[in-house]
Design a protein around this ligand. Structure first.
Ligand code: DC
Length: 227
């Protein structure tokens, strides 16, 4: 069997289960997991801390370019580090969810982060997840998955996740915010959220987490056997 490590792109909207799925798929394959949403959240956090407007494209582009970002293991989890600081907890608040969606529409920010992401994906053996990985960041990825689920199911999952993290939210508010973010992420001119033409679309509304992970791992293994 081939030992060549592939590049796997997983894209999809908020609450599709991308992050959990990507993490488990990467662990199963022995690949590195790269959560690109965390990088957009990190830029939003830096803007917030430095009192820079979320629409100041030039300042945020500079921040995105100069910040050193890496993913490191902390216990069983993988956290994002920015300039050596673990900011994982701070980037996961509802405020940073909305702010990251705003800053991610800025071309300067996208250009800087896409460059970092390509560097991280260069040598294969990665499962990279986001919105534009199969279309823009790693169009050469050997396996591309577009993971989705109904808005109601995604809002339900996201509500549970936030409650588990101790964030007080209610389902209706989560559904409204999710629809707002979907609309912004899908309608922006630059790298809108959409499946790559050569991606496999997986609708997880009625699938268990295990079924989704098995399906993607099998896609990767069958590609590995061909190469
Ligand atoms: O996946 P997430 O919710 O952590 O992503 C945060 C925001 O960043 C989301 O609103 C869309 C944006 N994003 C993006 O535009 N491109 C990516 N590759 C990843 C995330």
């Amino acid at each position: 069997m081939s030992s060549r490590k592939l590049t796997v792109a997983i894209d999809g909207p908020v609450g599709s289960g991308k992050s959990t799925v990507a993490k488990l798929v990467a662990a199963e394959l022995g690949y590195m997991h790269i959560d690109t949403g965390a990088m957009y959240r990190a830029v939003a956090l830096l803007a917030h801390r430095r009192n820079i407007s979320y629409s100041d494209a030039h300042a945020l582009g500079r921040i995105a370019k100069s910040a050193k970002m890496s993913f490191l293991r902390v216990g069983a989890e993988q956290h994002i580090f920015v300039d050596g600081e673990d900011v994982e907890a701070e980037i996961r608040t509802p405020e940073m969810s909305q702010a990251s969606s705003v800053v991610s529409a800025l071309p300067e920010v996208r250009a800087a982060l896409v460059e970092k992401q390509r560097e991280m994906g260069r040598s294969g053996g990665v499962v990279m997840e986001g919105r534009d990985i199969g279309t823009v960041v790693l169009p050469w990825a050997e396996v591309k998955v577009f993971l989705t689920a109904s808005p109601e199911e995604r809002a339900r999952r996201r509500t549970i996740q936030l409650l588990e993290q101790g964030v007080k939210v209610d389902y209706r508010q989560v559904l409204a915010e999710l629809n707002a973010r979907d609309e912004r992420d899908s309608s922006r001119d630059l790298a809108p959220l959409k499946p790559a033409p050569d991606s496999v679309v997986v609708d997880s509304t009625h699938m268990s987490l295990g079924e989704v992970v098995d399906k993607i791992v099998e896609l990767v293994r069958s590609k590995e056997r061909l190469l």
